[in-house]
Design a protein around this ligand. Structure first.
Ligand code: PEP
Ligand code: MN
Length: 337
């Protein structure tokens, strides 16, 4: 349920309402917009129905949100959410590009790739230190050593850094080194992990599960917002279909659908979706045309020697070329990149 306050509602009226909501065991989540304040009220349906909140002074209307997701819905917040990561803003006019290797492999390689992707126009550096690998015999990531290189590469270039969190217990460690937490596709429904990052102050990139629907993705995001962290970006990274020419099938229709259903920014990961570097630029162009707010792209100096996801990684020259091509597409849809 959402309570929409009158534009002239006072702080005292807001406090009064919040106290009432709390006193009946419901949880208020406040969203202060430019024009008016909205209170999202979450809790048991029965209590919600029997609490007459519309008679309170300062209240314009009370509406129930029919969708199972509440705080992430457009009904709760009409304007697009803009996530601030240092100087980088995700969800505004500029399409934000996050780029870097799948895994952090060495200090030198990471620093070089960070400088190179920055030069080509990336504004966030990606790199995995804890890797979710299908095989237990594959490279699992450098752990804390990798996080140290990531922080250093970020500091040397001024790029904020994103890395995947796989285990709740790693949260304090990753908070020390990174700027954005990534929840991978395989952990989209790891509800304890979602609750944990919901208590963090760090922005979260939540990837869509391999076989998850858009509503399931939104419900997972709801876990994070309902625990207090509103800085969530959603990421479409390909879903499993019968098609086997690509690693997954990039569901680009998720962009307009998500833009309709939620106020959260939408990021596209063409690298994991197609699985082959040659298809990445075309899908990145299509993603920009579809209205996404950002891209996350794997880049590696020697893909043939990469410890993970070499086949889908662009070499720096091709990344640079792609970024140039994207400018025209962004312009055509009224965006910058
Ligand atoms: C990754 O970003 O390297 C990754 C493992 O992504 P996903 O969770 O989408 O497979
Ligand atoms: Mn990868």
């Amino acid at each position: 349920m959402i309570i929409v306050l009158k534009p002239e509602a006072t702080e005292a009226q807001l406090k009064h309402l919040i106290a009432k909501v709390k006193s009946v065991g419901l949880k208020p989540m406040i969203s202060k917009g430019v024009e008016r304040t909205i209170i999202g009220v979450i809790g048991e349906e029965d209590i919600l129905r029997s609490t007459p909140l519309d008679v309170f002074p300062g209240v314009e209307k009370v509406m129930s949100i029919l969708a199972p997701y509440k705080l992430v819905s457009r009904e709760f917040k009409h304007e697009n959410s803009v996530i601030n990561i240092g100087k980088v803003k995700v969800g505004g006019k500029k399409i934000v590009t996050m780029a870097g290797p799948c895994s952090i492999e060495s200090r030198e390689m990471l620093i070089n790739i960070a400088k190179s992707v920055k030069k080509s126009g990336a504004s966030v550096l990606r790199g995995g230190a804890f890797k979710p690998r299908t095989s237990p015999y594959s490279f699992q990531g450098l752990g804390e050593e990798g996080l140290k290189y990531l922080k250093e590469a970020g500091q040397k270039t001024g790029l904020p850094v994103i890395t995947e969190i796989m285990d709740i217990r790693d949260l304090p460690l990753i908070e020390k080194y990174a700027d954005i937490l990534q929840i991978g596709a395989r952990n989209m429904q790891n509800f304890n992990l979602l609750k944990a990052v919901g208590t963090s102050k760090m922005p979260v990139l939540l990837k869509r599960g391999i076989s998850s629907t858009i509503v399931e993705l939104l419900m997972s995001a709801e876990y994070i917002l309902s625990n207090g962290n509103f800085n969530v970006m959603l990421c479409e990274r390909g879903i499993r279909t019968f098609e086997d020419q690509t690693r997954f099938t990039l569901d680009l229709s998720a962009v307009p659908v998500l833009k309709k259903l939620t106020h959260l920014p939408v990021i596209i990961d063409p690298s994991h979706a197609v699985g082959k570097w040659g298809y990445v630029p075309a899908m990145a162009r299509a993603a920009v045309a579809s209205g996404c707010d950002g891209l996350i792209i794997e880049v590696h100096p020697k893909p043939e020697e990469a410890l993970s996801d070499g086949a889908q990684s662009l070499i720096p020259d091709n990344f640079e070329k792609m970024m140039k091509e994207l400018k025209g597409v962004a312009k055509a849809v009224g965006r910058d990149i």
